[in-house]
Ligand binder design. Structure first.
Ligand SMILES: [Zn+2]
Ligand SMILES: [Zn+2]
Length: 174
């Protein structure tokens, strides 16, 4: 829990920094994301009338499951401009920013995490991780012969299929 002692806030505000266990993110049962270390926070608090303004930066090391190859990889969620206003009317001694810190960090987790930009993913037929190398399966419909043969047949029945791929795209008229 990130609780800040508000009695420390003077005329010039108050700066606080520290680490908080990654458990705060409550990701123990998340299928895609895990906390991988303490959350680092650097926050400043300022009074503004009846409100406390909290600004700052957050960093949380994470393990995310790649949406293509299903392997977990390490990354860091960074929130560069955390900003919240809290009611300050009844001057609570402690301000608990845990829920908002958690929310902002979780918003940094991409919907489709990728372990790397060019992740090859898994073979849909045998399940091999294609980042480790080709598996030898021929993707259905993507072989060198099928469409090329059809194209050849449509263009001129006597001509053999063009080698090396499907050739120029053409609308089928069958
Ligand atoms: Zn991947
Ligand atoms: Zn395969």
């Amino acid at each position: 829990m990130i609780r800040i002692a508000t009695t420390q806030i003077g005329e010039n505000g108050y700066a606080v920094a520290g680490d908080e266990p990654g458990d705060l993110l409550d990701l123990a049962h998340d299928p895609v994301a895990r906390a991988a270390g303490p959350i680092r926070y650097e926050l400043t608090l300022d009074r503004a009338g009846q409100e406390l303004i909290v600004r700052g930066r957050l960093e949380a090391p994470l393990r995310l499951r790649c949406s293509r190859c299903a392997q977990f990889f390490s990354t860091t969620a960074r929130v560069s401009s955390f900003l919240r206003a809290y009611e300050w009317a009844d001057h609570p001694e402690f301000l608990d920013v845990s829920a908002d810190v958690r929310e902002d960090i979780l918003l940094e987790i991409p919907g489709f995490p990728l372990c790397r930009a060019g992740c090859q993913g898994l073979c849909p037929q045998c399940g091999q991780d294609l980042n480790d190398g080709a598996c030898g399966c021929v993707p259905p419909g993507d072989g060198p012969s099928r469409w090329a043969a059809l194209d050849g047949w449509q263009a001129s029945p006597g001509r053999p299929p063009a080698p090396g791929g499907p050739g120029p795209k053409r609308r089928k008229t069958t």
